[in-house]
Design a protein. Structure first.
Lengths: 458, 997
């Protein structure tokens, strides 16, 4: 590992933003990340842990009520057969998309700044996808028969119904969950080895087992690199297909507002958009809480801000296309639905959604806004809210405003809808807090590689 | 599900010997030998295990070891019986599974039904098993026995014998039972001074009074709308809810059917009749009208006079508003042209002189005898009973020492000025026979539980005099007593059971005039009796009530009241769901959406949209209605076609007793007084500022310019030839299903639908559709497999309400099928879109993609562990159709085209190596429909009725542009407007949107 002179690097790129402290050595980079998790955690962490633990218990109570009483405890009804359940599923799976997308796509396109954020983005993916997977199970009228969705040999000689987008969806979620867990773990192996080497006693044994005997030999690195890149190459189409299939749940129907060819790509972009926003929403507190300002720099914020801005533009375009197609298609039912979205019972939610998803991110045209942690956090939270509203409205607007006006309905969530949603947010937070405690939130080995590339490592 | 076996069963046995009545103080049922019928009843009962626990048979339990001849387990039997409402009997067939009555159908042999039924008859099954029914004799609220009651009566008998029944009064509802009237006569002979009173909250006093003015006799008008080319209805909702709904609606429909495909029916179809309706609120009749005038109830009199004057009767023509005048002129023109084929009818709410005037107009047109006949009312074969007002006055005078109330619920529904409940409490000895322990029972000393019509022997007569025997299908589930037996007991005859009384009466009636020796008469009687039981009609009685009348006398018309347009008018109407409140404990009927508004579980004041704007209120806001210091608070709902300045209230809600009924809706009786039973003018109406959430399952009533209910004029339809070939099928990517010998299809004629809801309740009874209750309806969860959507069209001044029954469409390319991940929603070989409940995991994906939204999800175990109110009581399991699965929580369900009936017919056909004939499978909705608007059959059979209907020029499929290829299709609503307006198009403009519960 020979040192590369900094000037050479500067010459190669006209004005490359530096992503690491100019004098960072391998050891320092490692210390920055590892010390964040090795030091004593403050009161804030414990309070957050307590609150999210309580929220998680509330979620369990909500699930218990749901299973013992029935779906009737929710606000779903004969017309709005889907509400928070499917809306939250799509929202969570959208968030779950971004981590892998960031990791693999940015890896393949050699975006070096990815190194600082990909680890927790992947963790976010894993947790969000797991939570997303919970909703389709819970939303069933008879969840104990969920396994009927799987193609398993049985005495009834029955397989799932392959024409159903729900079956595609189930396969997509299952593959995606397996993939993202593997991808995340693969990325963690060298870091577990680092932690093993830095710890003592029981921790060392645990990290040692998790490191799978990683030695850091050149041969291991060679295999590791090709395997990791190959997974990334697999990941990108998987992510795209996953959210396309979610889009097909809607697009393969004949309901107004759903039966649109734009849905698969629109869902993929929406997922990336909401996922990126969630990454930013997590970045700011992690950066502050773990003291990672030196590795997650304003440059990182700037890059992510640009992504959100780009996503907002594409989402705006998608919405505009939906409206245009409704008008251009000449179908009264479609036109009426668009009118309903703007003026109907849920119009204020729709306007809020447009403001959050399209208007607020325009702030990020200004570099100063992108580099301000507070402003960026505010924007990303707005986008999270906006995308959640979008997922909810996709369900309830179409369902409550279908083909026959006599069967136009309404949707009002109940306390059990809210507790399950709030509880899933709590569980997500809980998992994340534990993650920051026990797993390096930033990829140490990739930062070291970055340090080498930036020529700072000695 | 055919009803041939009943004739074979009842007619095929040995004639049974006459039961000897030992003259002792023991009820006959306890000593009578076990005849075959009783034996079968007991056998059936013992087979129904849940019931055996609830109602042990009184005499003997016979194990089901030897199968009774002709009774096959799992093969339902139908028995003919009859129901009575407001003194008019309607014949029905009750289906019984192993001794459990589970379904009511109309009796095709009975003139009051002709196979159709109304919602009340359909709902009566639930009332039979209602756990809220009275089951105990009570004395001052404490449990007592019937023997104690008999002893209490016996104590007073010597006193009555001595005084001739001084102070003894009996209050009944309108009852047309000839046996009842015979017993009543016998009692009157015994106690000549006793008093008889009758009260029906929705009675016929005005109509009878009108006939008395016109003909000098209290007669009952028997309408024959099937004979009329022009019908003018003045505030008469004759196809709406009521005792004669099934008969009148079928007659009306006969003249409203528009068919171009000549092979459809036998002979040339009749020209379409035209219906003119003037009414204060939108009723089923008004919704069917070709010409409709929304006008205050107080102005109907003037319109009637104008029509009479226009036709040349010596009546002074009153001053009319332009719209009223136009209506009257059109009515006059059509009435005159139709002559004896015209019919003008007036609602009970109008005063007697308007009824008399209408009778005179009918007489003038020569219509009496063709479109309208007159009959002796079944409930007052001799002198009319005294009124409840007289009774209340007598009680206050202290002239009543003992009062027996048979049926009815006067403490709740008597006019408010009588304060009947207080009067009742002041009587020394008061007893009440009732199906429920209700407000009246509470005010009486004694309560005696009554038998349900499916548990008792009785008889009844239809409007024209056709008599029918009411025969029990099941031994009483709870302790209960027949009014006949109670009447007999009052006369000291504890030995007379209802069965004996009815037989005795008909033995007397049928044996009348026979000069044969006694034995021969008996034999003839037994044969006639068996025939009467098997057919549900006593032969030779049809038309016996009809009387010939002379020319109608023109009544002396009082001066018209001045048009008081400033004050609000309140009108009272029967409720389409609970009638006068007697069905308020029936959850099926409570959950039956009212026509027009779709409201369930409660009543709301109908108000004109203009008045709503004027008061600054919206649907669901409460209003306070105050008349002479009496104030009620009731939510209101805008109704198109409601006369401005008039508010319509329905009776029957705000009950203070009943496991289901209590607290539902608002009692409007406090505003009703003896002198203003039907309308009050000068009411003060104002908003209270409180808004309640009405339970309305329907979303919007506006068609939003979409092609949902098509409307054509009869001229337009007649100008088009029937279609030769089926229209081209829309493209599809999926392969076509192979066509089999059966392709089930349904065609619904929207011209004929009167939104009577008989189909909705029939479907509920047939398919074990659960009740969800008001809270679940407010949450937007209804379970009816078949719903009737009502849409408001036309202009604000001349609104139209169109009704569209929507069952599952059974799409050939069903959007639900590819959505289901587990193949619970599948297509079967006969083209049915079936739902496999056992396979369903409840993703609800099918309903999300159903453009018709006909699927229903069990959010809770509505039928299975989480039922509404007391509907989960074990006894109610007996009401269920054993051929239909009861769905559990978390499962999607929907209309199956009554697949159990199809299977039944297929099994029968396969046994005989033939295919199912056209008309052999009738769905529950189609069978119940009094207008025969719903037709069902096999599309593969080119000669089938549904194929003929599908070739009609006005045939179409709902949302056919989606390519779903529905098997349920529609005939456009055909209207027959007056010639001058025939060319005018009917825009589907929306006068009102919203009303989402």
């Amino acid at each position: 590992m020979s040192a590369v002179a900094a000037p050479l690097h500067v010459e190669a790129n006209a004005s490359p933003p530096r992503l690491l402290p100019p004098d960072a050595t391998y050891g320092e980079v490692t210390d920055i990340v590892a010390s964040g998790m090795e030091r004593r955690f403050g009161r804030v962490w414990w309070i957050a842990l307590g609150v999210s633990l309580v929220g998680t218990i509330v979620m369990l109570a909500s699930i218990w009520t749901l299973l013992s009483e029935g779906i009737g405890v929710w606000g779903n009804n004969a017309i709005a057969v889907w509400g928070f359940d499917v809306g939250n599923y799509v929202w969570w799976i959208g968030i779950g998309n971004a981590g892998t997308l960031i990791s693999s796509m940015l890896l393949l396109t050699r975006q070096r700044w990815r190194a600082a954020i990909n680890r927790y983005a992947e963790a976010m993916t894993l947790f969000a996808a797991a939570l997303a997977g919970l909703y389709p199970l819970l939303h069933l009228g008879r969840p104990w028969y969920a396994y009927w969705l799987a193609p398993y040999p049985n005495t009834m000689d029955l397989w799932p119904q392959w024409r159903s987008p729900l079956v595609w969806d189930m396969v997509a979620i299952a593959s995606y969950l397996i993939f993202s867990a593997l991808f995340w773990y693969t990325g963690l192996i060298p870091d577990f080895a680092t932690l093993r080497d830095r710890s003592r006693g029981f921790r060392q044994v645990v990290y040692g087992v998790l490191a799978l005997g990683w030695q850091g030999s050149s041969r291991q690195w060679k295999h590791y690199k090709s395997f990791y890149t190959a997974m990334a190459a697999l990941g990108v189409p998987l992510v795209v297909s996953l959210h396309s299939v979610v889009g097909l749940d809607y697009a393969a129907t004949l309901m107004p507002g759903w039966q649109e060819t734009i849905f698969p790509p629109y869902f993929v972009v929406g997922a990336m958009f909401s996922g990126f926003a969630m990454v930013v929403t997590l970045t700011v507190p992690i950066r502050w809480g773990l003291g990672l300002q030196r590795v997650i720099t304003a440059e990182h914020l700037d890059a992510m801000g640009k992504f959100i801005l780009f996503g907002a533009l594409v989402m705006g375009l998608s919405y505009a296309l939906e409206w245009f197609n409704a008008w251009y298609g000449g179908n009264d039912v479609e036109r009426d639905l668009v009118l309903f979205q703007f003026t109907g019972a849920h119009a204020w939610l729709y306007w809020t959604m447009l403001a959050c998803n399209c208007a607020v991110p325009q702030l990020l045209w200004w570099p100063a806004a992108r580099r301000s942690a507070a402003l960026l956090l505010a924007t990303s939270v707005a986008v999270n809210i906006g995308m959640w509203l979008e997922r909810l409205l996709i369900n309830i607007d179409t369902l409550t405003h279908g083909h026959l006006p006599a069967r136009w309905g309404f949707y009002v969530p109940t306390v059990w809808d809210w507790t399950l949603f709030g509880g899933s947010l709590s569980l997500f937070t809980l998992l994340f807090l534990l993650f920051t405690r026990f797993v390096p939130a930033v990829s140490i080995h990739e930062l070291r590689e970055l340090a080498r590339q930036e020529g700072a490592a000695r | 599900m055919d009803w041939q076996p009943r004739a074979a069963f009842v007619g095929g046995g040995e004639p049974q010997p006459a039961i000897e009545r030992p003259d002792e103080f023991v009820p006959a049922a306890r000593t009578a030998p076990l005849d075959r019928r009783t034996l079968l009843k007991l056998l059936g009962l013992s087979a129904a295990i849940p019931l055996a626990a609830c109602a042990p048979p009184a005499e003997e339990i016979v194990p089901y070891v030897e199968m009774p001849q002709g009774l096959l387990p799992s093969v339902p039997r139908a028995y003919a019986t009859a129901f009575e409402l407001g003194g008019i009997g309607t014949g029905v067939l009750a289906t019984s599974h192993e001794g459990r009555p589970t379904k009511i159908e109309g009796n095709p042999d009975h003139p009051g039904s002709r196979g159709g039924t109304d919602a009340f008859a359909q709902g009566s099954i639930l009332s039979l098993y209602d756990p809220g029914r009275a089951s105990l004799v009570r004395h001052r609220g404490q449990i007592a026995s019937i023997d104690a009651f008999h002893a209490a009566v016996a104590e007073r008998q010597s006193e009555w014998l001595a005084t001739g029944g001084e102070g003894l009064r009996v209050l009944t509802g309108a009852t047309a039972s000839p046996t009842f009237h015979r017993l009543k006569q016998a009692l009157q002979n015994r106690f000549p001074k006793m008093g008889w009173h009758a009260y029906e909250p929705l009675g016929a006093e005005n109509a009878r009074g009108g006939a008395a003015l016109a003909f000098g006799r209290r007669l009952q008008a028997v309408l024959e709308p099937g004979e009329a080319r022009v019908i003018v209805s003045l505030d008469a909702d004759f196809v709406g809810p009521g005792p004669e709904q099934a008969r009148l609606a079928r007659g009306f429909a006969r003249r409203r059917i528009v068919r171009r495909a000549a092979e459809a029916g036998a002979g040339e179809p009749l020209p379409m009749a035209r219906l003119h309706v003037a009414e204060p609120t939108m009723t089923a009749t008004g919704a069917s009208a070709d010409e409709r005038l929304g006008v205050r109830r107080s102005r109907i009199d003037a319109v009637a006079r104008a029509i009479a004057a226009g036709l040349g009767l010596p009546v002074e023509a009153p001053a009319l508003a332009p719209r009223e005048a136009a209506f009257a002129a059109a009515a006059v023109r059509d009435l005159r042209a139709a002559g004896p084929r015209a019919l003008i009818t007036v609602g009970e709410a109008q005063p007697p002189h308007v009824h008399a005037l209408a009778l005179a107009v009918n007489g003038h047109l020569g219509a009496i005898g063709t479109t309208l006949r007159l009959a002796v009312p079944g409930d007052e074969p001799r002198a009319p009973a005294a009124s409840i007002a007289d009774l209340a006055a007598d009680i206050r005078r202290g002239a009543v020492s003992a009062l027996l109330i048979l049926g009815g619920n006067p403490a709740y529904d008597a006019p408010a000025d009588l304060d009947f409940e207080a009067a009742l409490r002041s009587i020394r000895f008061s007893a009440r026979l009732g199906l429920y322990e209700d407000e009246t029972s509470d005010a009486c000393l004694w309560h005696v539980p009554q038998l349900h019509p499916l548990e008792e022997w009785s008889d009844t007569i239809a409007a024209d005099g056709t008599a029918a025997v009411v025969q029990p299908l099941v031994t009483p589930l709870f302790e209960g007593h027949s009014p006949l037996a109670i009447l007999a007991a009052l006369g000291g005859r504890l030995d007379i059971a209802a069965y004996d009384a009815v037989r005795e009466h008909w033995r007397f009636r049928l044996g009348e005039g026979g000069a044969a020796p006694a034995g021969a008469v008996d034999e003839r009687f037994e044969a006639a009796w068996r025939q009467a039981l098997s057919e549900g009609v006593i032969s030779g009685t049809a038309g016996t009530a009809l009387v010939a009348v002379g020319a109608a006398t023109l009544p002396v018309l009082p001066p018209l009241p001045g048009a008081d347009t400033a004050a609000m008018e309140i009108t009272f109407h029967p409720d389409p769901s609970v009638w006068d409140g007697r069905f308020a404990n029936n959850a099926w009927l409570q959950e039956t959406p009212k026509p027009v508004t779709g409201l369930v579980w409660g009543n709301a004041a109908s108000i004109a949209p203009g008045d709503q704007r004027r008061l600054g209120i919206a649907d669901g806001d409460e209003i306070a209605v105050e008349v002479d210091g009496t104030r009620i608070v009731i939510p209101q709902i805008a109704v198109p076609g409601q006369a401005e300045g008039s508010i319509a209230l329905t009776l029957g809600y705000g009950r203070r007793a009943g496991s289901i009924a209590r607290g539902v809706g608002t009692d409007v009786t406090p505003l009703r007084r003896s002198d203003r039973l039907w309308q009050v003018s000068g009411a003060t109406v104002g908003p209270t500022g409180v808004t309640v959430e009405l339970a309305v399952p329907q979303g919007s009533h506006a068609m939003e310019g979409r092609d949902i209910v098509r409307t054509r004029t009869v001229a337009q339809v007649e100008a088009e030839p029937p279609r030769k070939a089926a229209p081209r099928k829309p493209a599809t990517l999926y392969p076509e299903y192979p066509a089999g010998p059966y392709e089930w299809a349904m065609v619904i004629d929207q011209t004929l639908c009167i939104a009577c809801n008989a189909c909705v309740v029939a479907c509920q009874a047939e398919n074990n559709v659960p009740v969800v209750g008001p809270e679940e309806i407010r949450r937007g969860r209804d379970m009816h497999w078949l719903r009737i959507d009502s849409y408001f069209a036309g202009s604000q001044e001349a609104p139209r309400v169109v009704s569209q029954p929507v069952p599952c469409m059974h799409c050939e390319k069903a959007p639900c099928e590819p959505m289901c991940p587990v193949e619970a929603s599948v297509h079967d070989s006969e083209g049915l879109n079936v739902q496999v409940y056992n396979r369903c995991i409840g993703t609800r994906d099918c309903q999300s993609n159903c453009p018709y939204k006909v699927r229903r999800f069990n959010y809770f175990g509505y039928a299975n562990g989480q039922e509404f109110a007391d509907l989960g009581e074990p006894i109610l399991h007996a009401a269920r159709n054993p051929d239909v699965t009861v769905r559990s929580r978390g499962v999607m369900e929907k209309c199956t085209y009554c697949v159990q009936r199809i299977s039944g017919a297929r099994r029968a056909a396969e046994r005989e190596h033939r295919t199912i004939a056209d008309g052999e499978v009738i769905t529950a909705c189609s069978q119940a429909c009094p207008t025969e608007a719903i037709r069902f059959g096999n599309r593969s059979d080119q000669a089938s009725e549904v194929n003929a209907l599908r070739r009609e020029p006005h045939h179409y499929a709902l949302l056919e542009e989606l390519g779903t290829r529905p098997r349920t299709t529609y005939l456009a609503r055909v209207e027959n407007p007056a010639a001058v307006e025939a060319g005018a198009a009917h825009p589907d403009a929306a006068p009102k949107a919203g009303g989402a519960g």
